[in-house]
Design a protein around this ligand. Structure first.
Ligand SMILES: [Zn+2]
Length: 142
């Protein structure tokens, strides 16, 4: 029985990883933040039909640093390769929906929060506006 249980768990793990792969592939292919239902629409052709499956895969991808949630628009985005570990700031274009990721290194967090930077457990830094392609002639704020 334990063998059977272990096998079932291994199968479940393999299935879970497959779903993570599907979700990450979709996020990377689209290249901008997506709502969970948009991901589900695209994952449907891969046989992923349950919203909970998408949310579980997203949670695992976020935990592993492969994806991030954009809280202000309740959407998810693939993280830039190589910048996956630490917290990041996002600039989201309201017109085309593209998100620009910038790493928030220790120096930046220390400058912002001083000694409290060591005790942060959640960092959400999001800026919204128009990207250079959508508003190339926008005046500077200065
Ligand atoms: Zn734009």
């Amino acid at each position: 029985m334990p063998r059977n249980g272990a096998r079932r768990q291994a199968v479940a793990q393999a299935a879970f990883k497959r779903n993570e792969r599907i979700v990450l592939d979709i996020l990377q292919a689209v290249g901008r933040p997506m709502k969970a239902y948009e991901i589900l629409e695209q994952a449907y052709t891969e046989g992923v039909t349950a919203p909970m499956t998408i949310y579980r895969a997203l949670a695992a991808l976020i935990e592993a640093g492969h994806a991030a949630k954009i809280a202000g628009i309740n959407a998810f985005v693939a993280r830039v390769a190589g910048e996956r570990k630490g917290p990041a700031a996002y600039f989201i274009c309201r017109r085309c929906g593209e998100a620009l990721e910038r790493p928030l290194g220790d120096a930046m967090l220390n400058a912002l929060f001083g000694e409290a930077a060591d005790r942060l457990d959640t960092v959400i830094v999001e800026a919204y506006g128009a990207c250079g392609r959508c508003a190339p002639a926008a005046k500077s704020r200065a």
